[in-house]
Write a protein that binds this ligand. Sequence first.
Ligand code: MIC
Ligand code: SF4
Length: 640
Amino acid sequence: MGLTIAQKIIKNHLISGKMEVGEEIALRIDQTLTQDATGTMAYLEFEAIGIPRVKTELSVAYIDHNTLQSGFENADDHRYIQSVAKKHGIRFSRPGNGICHQVHLERFGVPGKTLIGSDSHTPTGGGIGMLAMGAGGMDVAVAMGGGAYYITMPKMYKVNLTGKLNPFVSAKDVSLEILRILSVKGGVGAIIEWGGEGIKTLSVPERATITNMGTELGATTSIFPSDEITLEFLKAQGREKDFVELKSDEDAFYDRIIDIDLSQLKPLIAMPHSPDNIVTVESLKDVKVDQVCIGSCTNSSLSDLLKVAKILKGKKIDDSVSLSVSPGSKQVLSMLADCGALSDILASGARVLECACGPCIGMGFSPNSAGVSLRTFNRNFEGRSGTKDAKVYLVSPEVAVAAALTGFITDPRTLGEEVKIEIPKEFKIDDSAVLMPATPEEAINLEVLRGPNIKPLPKTEELKDEITAKLTLKVGDNITTDHIMPAGSKILPYRSNIPYLSKFCFAVCDETFAERALENKVSIVVGGTNYGQGSSREHAALVPLYLGVKAVIAKSFARIHVANLINAGILPFVFEDEKDYDKLSQGDELTLKNLHSSLKEGKTILYNKTKNETYNLVSTLTDRQIDMLMAGGLLAYTKK
Ligand code: MIC
Ligand code: SF4
């Protein structure tokens, strides 16, 4: 039988394991990326492994999440990352150079290569035919050291596109349509390959919008073929030599095939507070909008912003709306400036923000209280914008501009004639904001600069055979890592300071959790389905570890988060019978016995002392993962 694109790349990079769905496989990783909010931890972990120079073909450290430097904390972290990168053979993308995924796509992504990044939207690289996956910082650290990246061999889904998008309907609507079809857990355990005649009508940045938001499906990653459109993009970036053709075999097998006719799509919108809460824009009448944000790694490419500029040209945004535009990279910003499009955006009354994540991760530009904010971003989880009662909707750049102009959620098809833009055949190439690492000889004497905000990693211990703990927190379905470890401008500066961060753990669900966990000393957390969806931040495991969480019992887990829990030495269990979830109450006293043998069997009994009941738990752990848990996490295991 033939192979899918992803299977071909996996085959070329397979170190061990069988390429059978559900089996653990180890992959050789060609490229890594980190960003500043997860990067300090990843580099501290890399240093702890003790390898002098990265063994990947390319590793890049981006600064894009927290560029405010509202105190010394971030400036220190940036300086640490810059110095550690220089010493260990990693390129350093300075703050202001752009959002990691956008810059990586433009300047470094190579079809057919593997990429892991300590950011869940790393699958953006799938737009150029990379096998690009989000991972925890520890996994990235291991990959930088030349170690394998372990995943469960995914199922293969194919989305067949036919037709062509109508005016004012865009790639973002394709992302929202697939979320409508599959939901935020519909992609779990799968790689989504995009194909069919319709893909020929989509440019690389449009494809990248689609693979970027594949993360919201819970998919391992998403990927497009590498074809003449990919070649055109690489040529425009002066990187023609990086091109290789990639396509699936005619007789490749897919576990599921979904058909989407692009010409049937209408402008869509994700309503608060989940990316899969989709309706058509035309169905929402008289919804007043307070704020519009255009940008993020989903929709900040040159073509997105040229379209925005063209619609805004000669018009003024509504007095009641505040509009921000964050270009995805320095390349995008400077090309917008050169062609005059930036002036059109500014003249409309928009505020142009830095080339960074900005409002997407709650770094400023929070909505007014109970405000309605339309964003071209990929996540609208409750509280993520920085305003707890804000209502955030996810939209395409076209829908965003329409709302900015009218002050209401507006179908952009009512704006008038189709907007056509010309994409330059050659992009402006200036890599001066990417600093090269030192040579191995120079590196020997280089000092790594650390500031007082960098605190040691939380301590781990070998797994005990028995754990008795309070059920300190019980939460529902689809808990995101933004719930477990919120971000935003008040907290993000402390990503290298786990003790400080711990005060905010689960604060979105229960402000008293951190205090209670410290009081209880050891804790068990219980969750519903898709526990830990969203961001790759390993802080959502490291902080609970610091607070004494020993096990999380859920109906199901999201891929990156469950790996982060195991890496941190926290036991992840699934209910054998989901109904048992209902029988547990917060405050129950629980015991897990005979852990050493039961982990191997994959079955553990949970005793509820408070209610005098027992429940069956399952764990589908590989021998490697069991050894890791026994040792107290990945770092302890690697050292062993
Ligand atoms: C996000 O979009 O949630 C983030 C912020 O980029 C995270 C990474 C982080 O928490 O630092 C992600 O997507 O992994
Ligand atoms: Fe940055 Fe937002 Fe993209 Fe995360 S989703 S990498 S915060 S732009």
